[in-house]
Design a protein around this ligand. Structure first.
Ligand SMILES: [Zn+2]
Ligand SMILES: [Zn+2]
Length: 324
């Protein structure tokens, strides 16, 4: 039997707080585009479209301002990693499918309960459709109380227990793995204030890792070994690279990492592709691309023969795990 798809789609890639693009960002992009345009690019509609399509991603589009949320359609299951503000957008997409008819089923895995990872939950419309079924997984104590607390009547008009869909909480604290058909999910504790967990999803010999919100202090330290083992040989690593390398040093113990550390970790764990994720909310798309180019130079300088691919996680972008 042919395998089912294994698709990864980013719905929220920003760290800490939603950070929508504002007027000055648009102006900077427009000015940059105008510098590049030539009369022949404006000849007719086709030429204009081809010109725009050929522009780099940070000019013709944006990396996105919603907070953490990644959707996997794998082995026939909907898996969601984190419920940041991107979850709202994912919910609207899911409504166009069976979730709109109250026949949807999805599994939401929480890395931790910092606001930027749960704030989309009250705005996830499929929760308000009778018949839909959800499981929310996490390893933290009092998980249900935390989610109920976010929707206390003082802060939100609908209680967490007031959804029309079936929403069950599943504690992973005493479990080793979660198996859904041919899909296997495992997890690993990371270094972040208040605990954070990364997840590994395996299907058809391909593996995806969701590793947001983590600080990697001493790369030579034996304490990192279990993390490298957990990441080992993954096809795609979604990696918290909130800061520049220098800022990461300055903000020790803030619980985040950088693209340079990401390259070191990815090389040590023999990762195929790393997606830099949880972008710092104050960084413009220009700054993200600038950091990315510096990181490419770093990889070229130290990467040797290893064919590590790198991307900047971008809202709306889908990666096909089985085709690459
Ligand atoms: Zn975060
Ligand atoms: Zn956090």
């Amino acid at each position: 039997m042919n395998p089912q798809p294994f698709l990864v789609t980013f719905y929220g890639v920003r760290g800490s707080i939603p950070s929508p693009m504002v007027g000055k960002d648009v102006r900077e992009k427009v000015l940059n585009i105008l510098e590049q345009v030539r009369p022949e690019n404006l000849r007719d509609a086709n030429a204009r479209e081809a010109f725009v399509d050929g522009l780099p991603e940070h000019l013709k589009s944006c990396y996105g301002g919603n907070t953490s949320c990644v959707h996997l359609y794998v082995g026939g299951y909907h898996l969601i990693f984190d419920g940041g503000s991107g979850l709202r957008v994912l919910g609207n997409h899911l409504l166009e499918q069976e979730f709109g008819k109250g026949k949807g089923e999805a599994h939401l895995f929480l890395s931790h309960t910092h606001w930027d990872h749960i704030m989309g939950i009250p705005f996830f419309v499929p929760f308000y459709r009778e018949g839909n079924r959800f499981k929310i997984y996490g390893s933290h104590p009092r998980l249900k109380e935390r989610l109920i607390g976010q929707q206390n009547f003082d802060y939100f008009p609908v209680s967490f227990e007031g959804y029309l869909a079936d929403v069950d909480l599943v504690s992973l604290a005493d479990e080793k793995e979660c198996v859904l058909g041919d899909v296997r999910v495992t997890w690993h504790e990371m270094n972040h204030p208040g605990q954070c967990f990364s997840y590994r999803v395996e299907y058809q010999g391909k593996s995806f890792i969701y590793a947001t919100d983590s600080e990697y202090k001493d790369l030579a330290d034996a304490s990192l070994k279990p993390t490298i083992e957990f990441f080992k040989d993954a096809d795609l690593l979604v990696f918290d690279s909130q800061y520049t390398f220098i800022e990461g040093v300055e903000k020790e113990d803030w619980g985040h990492s950088s693209t340079f550390i990401g390259v070191d970790i990815a090389l040590a764990a023999k990762i195929q592709k790393i997606a830099f994720y949880h972008h710092e909310p104050t960084y413009s798309d220009f700054k993200l691309v600038n950091i990315f180019e510096q990181t490419r130079k770093y990889l070229n300088a130290i990467g040797g023969e290893h064919p590590l691919k790198m991307i900047l996680a971008q809202e709306g972008r889908t990666l096909d795990m089985l085709s690459g």
